[in-house]
Design a protein around this ligand. Structure first.
Ligand SMILES: Nc1ncnc2c1ncn2[C@@H]1O[C@H](COP(=O)(O)OP(=O)(O)O)[C@@H](O)[C@H]1O
Ligand SMILES: [Mg+2]
Length: 350
């Protein structure tokens, strides 16, 4: 991955008739990066993609590509290609001609068109489907035609707006792997939009978490998962136990009326904070072993999830979600241990 900033957004805001869709977005995208815009429906993901593509003008701020302001550059002259949420393939053209469309517009020689289309159809595993009509293809195959059609133009940057949203779970998983492989093989920069946190975590180099048009956090999947900056990110990016607490002093936090050792510092003394604990970071221990950083609770429910059990345990009035491989039963009293590094301290969300 290069360190060159291929695309930069400076103080980008967008209002639709006074309603803010994006607020003061600052972001850069590096050459060869797989960057994902992640957030719930309506948070501004598509708007951001359209501003980069040039289909929507920002209300304020600047978009730079290779260091140059592209405010006056129309979409077709930007070095980006877009795969929309609803991929509009041409129903009256076969697979080959759908992919060849852009190259024919450019009036490239027939042999070159043929060579490029064939090599792309091979890349997306559609060799032998050249003559098929679009309606004779499955959803996943249509999606791959759309990808081939975008890639055939050899864009430096590909913008993908929830490209796998219409596919069922199994197909989506397969396509995630294929897309990532293609991206790495071709060295194309991907700006990928999804509301699916798992998809974002497995595919991205960098994730940008958005809420209400505001960037909440930018980081690697590991950063975002392990060190969420606020409770919104923690909650959105995975299941979490989130509860209010008071940072007593460095490395010590109170919640549920009890004091716990933690690894966080710099929050001041006696300051309100939010405490986040992942379900897989709560350990079930024997009641007899309950001492520091642990408490007793009563198991409310047990759900077998295939690899682990998801259990709800009520302790000091709070219902904890716990992922464990230990078999326990509803009604049982158990110990819950939260080791210091299982406890994440955050400033309260705005
Ligand atoms: N063309 C438009 N006119 C008016 N409001 C819009 C338009 N496009 C998007 N919005 C609004 O902007 C906000 C962000 O929308 P969008 O970027 O589509 O979010 P996402 O893709 O994250 O679901 C939403 O409140 C949406 O209703
Ligand atoms: Mg959208």
């Amino acid at each position: 991955m290069g360190d060159k900033h291929l695309i930069e957004l400076f103080n980008i805001s967008k209002d639709y008739e006074g309603d803010a869709a994006l607020i003061n977005i600052n972001l850069y995208i590096k050459n060869g990066e797989f960057l994902t815009l992640l957030g719930p429906s309506g948070c501004g993901k598509t708007t951001m993609l359209r501003i980069i593509a040039g289909f929507v003008q920002p209300s304020s701020g600047r978009v730079l590509m290779d260091g140059k302001d592209v405010a006056k550059t129309p979409p077709y002259k930007r070095k980006v290609n877009t795969i929309f949420q609803k991929y509009a393939l041409f129903p009256h053209l076969n697979v080959f001609d759908n992919v060849a469309f852009g190259l024919k517009i450019k009036k490239l020689p027939k042999e070159e068109i043929s060579a490029r289309v064939n090599s792309l159809l091979e890349l997306v595993n559609l060799k032998g489907f050249e003559k098929r009509w679009i309606e004779q293809l499955s959803g996943g195959q249509q999606q791959r035609v759309a990808i081939a059609r975008a890639l055939v133009n050899e864009p430096e940057v590909l913008l993908l707006d929830e490209p796998l949203g219409a596919l069922d779970l199994q197909l989506r998983k397969g396509m995630q792997v294929e897309l990532k492989r293609m991206q790495q093989r071709l060295g194309i920069t991907f700006i990928y939009v999804t509301h699916d946190q798992e998809e974002a975590l497995t595919m991205s180099d960098t994730i940008v978490v958005l809420k209400d048009g505001i960037i909440q956090q930018i980081g690697t999947p590991q950063d975002i998962y392990n060190e969420p900056k606020n409770a919104f990110v923690a909650d959105f990016i995975g299941e979490s136990n989130i509860l209010p607490g008071i940072m007593a002093h460095d490395y010590s936090v109170r919640f549920l009326g009890r004091e716990f050792e933690c690894v966080d510092a710099g929050f001041g003394t006696e300051q309100p904070v939010e405490v986040v604990v992942r379900p897989e970071d709560v350990d079930i221990i024997p009641i007899s072993a309950v001492s520091k950083n642990a408490m007793e609770g009563i198991v409310k429910s047990v759900l077998f999830m295939g690899v682990h059990y998801e259990i709800q345990v009520v302790a000091y009035g709070f219902t904890w979600t716990v992922h464990t491989t230990d078999a326990v039963s509803a009604g049982e009293t158990v110990g819950l241990e939260l080791l210091p590094d299982a406890i994440h301290i955050m400033r309260p969300s705005l």
